[in-house]
Design a protein around this ligand. Sequence first.
Ligand code: AMP
Ligand code: MG
Length: 497
Amino acid sequence: MSEAVSDATLFPFSNSYARMPERFFAMLPPTPVAEPGLVVVNDTLALELGLDPELLRSPEGIASLAGNHVPEGAQPLAMAYAGHQFGGWSAQLGDGRAILLGEVIGRDGVRRDIQLKGSGPTPFSRMGDGRAALGPVLREYIISEAMHALGIPTTRALAVVTTGEPVYREQPLPGAILTRVAKSHIRVGTFQYFAAREDTDALRLLADHVVARHFPDTGEAENPYAALLERVVKTQAELIASWMLVGFIHGVMNTDNMAVGGETIDYGPCAFMDWYHPETVYSSIDQTGRYAYGNQPGIAQWNLIRLAQALLPLISTDEDAAIEIAKPIINRFADHYETAYETGLAAKFGLSEVREDDPELMQDLLARMAANQADFTLTFRRMSTPGGSPRELFVDPTAFDAWSERWRQRLAQQELSETERFDAMRAVNPAVIPRNHLVEHALTAAVERADFAPTFALKAALERPFEDPAPDAAIDGIPLTLPPRPDQVVPATFCGT
Ligand code: AMP
Ligand code: MG
């Protein structure tokens, strides 16, 4: 890009992480690509961030999204972090294929990172090429935006560009870059990185940064670092509950993929479950089912214990005292989780409060769904629809009938009118989710034929997940709201890294 181009208004950067000490990151620009090609700019998100979507689509905008031009005010850097991957410790991870350009303050007054993912090698790349393939980039674009529309805290996707360069995985694939937006990219693994190096000064600077940025009220607490842990524990418990309630399976819940700000981050081989089963796994790299649907709350707590361990030197200079403070905080994860999950589940069942026998009643249906391969999303949506019944979704429909008698009796005990109950249920039980076979169909069209129409159609359909689409709504003949037919099932997802 020529020096004469003025792009001061492209991103009104206001950076804070770049002011941290040098050992927090490696400063370097993204690596330019052969031929930037704009796939999409997320106009809605751009406007929320106070950015001009048309400027982002201009030549210097596209060059910036591709890493060919460093926009004014950017202080590009790759963040250092460590992490437990599938339970195994890695002392040195870091942004191996991402560059934080800087931070902007949105219309809501919230500071957010602008990060390029797939922007070339960094000192943290290890054996990787620093690049991303188009398929996984579009998967993150579709699913992260779908999560947002579902009301689940998540990083967002501002733009996708192709690079005009192949990336070599099992085969050559088109390369792409995602512009990711997050409240921050600070991970449990970022704390672990400094804890492992016994760098307590850095740990304190990081914790203070996180407190100021995400949980300012905890700064007032008697022990702000214990208060920070407590808030992260509660936020994560609520986040995981919200995943469970829509059937989202993250797939790679490593500690480096858990953002302390409480957003869902690092969409890899993630997927939404079709038929309900706690052991459901999609990720092709999760051989043992460590990150199966039903394991997610337990894994989250395991990760938070790693965070607690990292924070111990800040909580108290006396390690035993620090452990005594941290332990009950970690143990409260289960309470926070149960409260969020059961309240949310009750809402899915049309119950305005959780009474003593309700958890058993609700789990009974889930067990029947598991035994009868009943579709998770559609079962609840049909229960939310006047005149609807999910019974044919069960291999043995009488398994639903028997349970539904008890449910009717329970519903009769509350004051809510039928209309009110249906409205309330339809507001929490989505009709449209990014079903794996639809996502896969969209990605295949994009990667094999540069046909982005299915991706855009799916993205548009996912913007209003709680509204019923037209009964015949479909993408290339694949019904939008129905579970896959046996021949349409996509059983495995790949990271593509
Ligand atoms: P992930 O499993 O995608 O969360 O990534 C784990 C680690 O591997 C992070 O440090 C990433 O930056 C790094 N990584 C993943 N893919 C690549 C790649 N293609 N090139 C370089 N580093 C990568
Ligand atoms: Mg990651």
